[in-house]
Write a protein that binds this ligand. Structure first.
Ligand code: UD1
Ligand code: CA
Length: 458
């Protein structure tokens, strides 16, 4: 299969400097959705036609090809003289031995199953069009049939009143035998209301040449919905999120409200996972069996162990949370955080590039950065690892069973030995020996006969 993705249009109604097909849906550019779906078919060529937006589109495509090791070609269409003219730009790259599938870079939600049905309907020698009955077909190309067979497609602007009443529309997605496609494209004219080379005109040519024209249908209208404005983008985003939510529900995940979840990547859930409202999942997130995620959490590339509870308003990025751990409310786990089993991280605690072993706790107001923390360690409120001297970062090591008194600063590099205790308010600049109390604190004193100043009389 050759796949040609049309993405040269300018998308004026997006009101944006970013080319339309690069606007994200579920965190991924529209065009990327189309490419990913196309990749589910057996491809021999994939060519993206670009035009508006300068180098941004081919750069994105080039990066994607590099990241995934797949061959993706691009072809510039300049100026943009219509959909037929767009496909012409790909002609030199098409393999004549396999059919060509035309997709639109701004139609992101077509399912692989629908494309497979279309490809199946086309076989090797038919022209197959993905069509759908639409309550409001305004602005779209209409499928004109005679005795049930498709005879041509007419654009809204060229249609007669009778043709405008047709509700079966052209999605624009079609499969065409490639040698025919090349011939038909070469014969297109722009003698129409918009002065464009319409790809749709190849349908009448197929009929004239006796090539069968067939149709296939998507399972829902949104599969062929294009994005022309931010309103349509937002509508498709919600549609897509609802689809994801429904899949999660079918897998047994409890969603407190399927309309209030955003998955911008891959969310993998075990059994009996519960997700409260307003959570955002980005990249690859894994929630093991029995995990609960409270309202308004953001999880990015995170791995949450079985039975862990993520309480409301947590931000967790590139972090691993051990089973049965309790995080939040209001906790922040930054990249490189690895928490063992039954670790408690409470409100306003930030952890970065640190490992925390089983049963340790930092329940309130702490910063733990570049630290290695053992088991059963208690980190008191207000504890800070001073890991950065303005130029370099240093590690703090806190061994098993240590107790860090509240409001302590650990000036790295520094080690707190096994079972050591730091008195509250300690500024630790040298290692604290195992099993002992270390304290650095000015001696407390009380000034006798001291009186509080009073306001001077004017
Ligand atoms: C086209 C179809 C119409 C169909 C509709 C579905 C034609 C003549 N008409 O309408 O039957 O119902 O899509 O949305 O094919 N593009 C280019 N280069 C161009 C023109 C367009 O790459 O010169 C790309 C656009 O970026 C977009 C797609 O082709 O991704 C469709 O273009 P658009 O202008 O939205 O569709 P119409 O031509 O109005
Ligand atoms: Ca202090």
């Amino acid at each position: 299969m050759n796949v040609v993705i049309l993405a040269a249009g300018m998308g004026k109604r997006m009101q944006s400097a970013l080319p339309k097909v690069l606007h994200p849906l579920a965190g991924k550019p529209l065009l990327r959705h189309v490419i990913d779906t196309a990749r589910t078919l057996s491809l021999s060529k994939l060519c993206v036609i670009y035009g508006h937006g300068g180098a941004a589109v081919p750069e994105m495509v080039g990066q994607l090809a590099q990241d995934t090791g797949a061959a993706i070609d691009t072809a510039l269409q300049q100026p943009q003289l219509g959909t037929g003219h767009a496909v012409m730009q790909a002609v030199p790259q098409l393999d004549e031995n396999v059919p060509t599938l035309v997709l639109y870079g701004d139609v992101p939600l077509t399912t692989a199953a629908s494309l497979a049905r279309l490809v199946e309907a086309a076989g090797s020698d038919k022209l197959a069009i993905l069509t759908v009955e639409q309550a409001n077909p305004f602005g779209l190309g209409r499928i004109v049939r005679e005795n049930g067979s498709i005879v041509r497609i007419v654009e809204e602007k060229d249609a007669s009143p009778a043709e405008r009443a047709i509700r079966e529309i052209n999605s624009g997605i079609m499969v065409v035998p490639t040698p025919h496609l090349k011939r038909w494209l070469a014969a297109l004219s722009n003698n129409n209301a918009q002065g464009e080379y319409y790809l749709t005109d190849i349908v009448a040519q197929a009929v004239a040449d006796g090539v069968p024209v067939v149709s296939a249908h998507p399972s829902a209208e949104w599969e062929v919905a294009g994005v022309n404005s931010k309103v349509q983008l937002a509508e498709l985003e919600r549609r897509h999120q609802l689809n994801i939510a429904n899949t999660l529900l079918e897998q047994g995940v409890t969603l407190m409200d399927p309309a209030r979840i955003d998955v911008r990547g891959e969310l993998i859930c075990g059994r009996d996972v519960t997700i409260d409202v307003g959570c955002v999942f980005e990249g690859r997130v894994e929630l093991a069996d029995g995990v609960t995620v409270g309202p308004h959490c953001v999880l990015v590339n995170a791995n949450i162990g079985a039975g862990a509870q993520i309480k409301p308003f947590c931000h967790i990025e590139q972090a691993v949370v051990g089973e049965q751990s309790q995080i939040g409310p209001y906790a922040r786990l930054r990249p490189g955080t690895e928490l063992g089993q039954d670790v408690h991280v409470g409100n306003f605690v930030e952890i970065k590039n640190s490992t925390v072993a089983a049963h340790s706790k930092a329940n309130h107001l702490a910063y733990v950065g570049d630290a290695t923390i053992g088991s059963r360690v208690n980190i008191g409120a207000g504890t800070i690892t001073c890991n950065y001297d303005g130029a370099n970062k240093f590690r703090t090591v806190i061994e098993d069973d240590a107790f860090i008194g509240s409001d302590s600063q650990l000036v790295a590099p520094v080690t707190v030995g096994k079972g050591a205790t730091l008195g509250a308010g300690t500024t630790l600049t040298k290692n604290a020996p195992a099993g002992k109390l270390t304290i650095s604190r000015p001696k407390q004193m009380t000034i006798e006969n001291w009186t509080r100043p009073v306001k001077a009389k004017k």
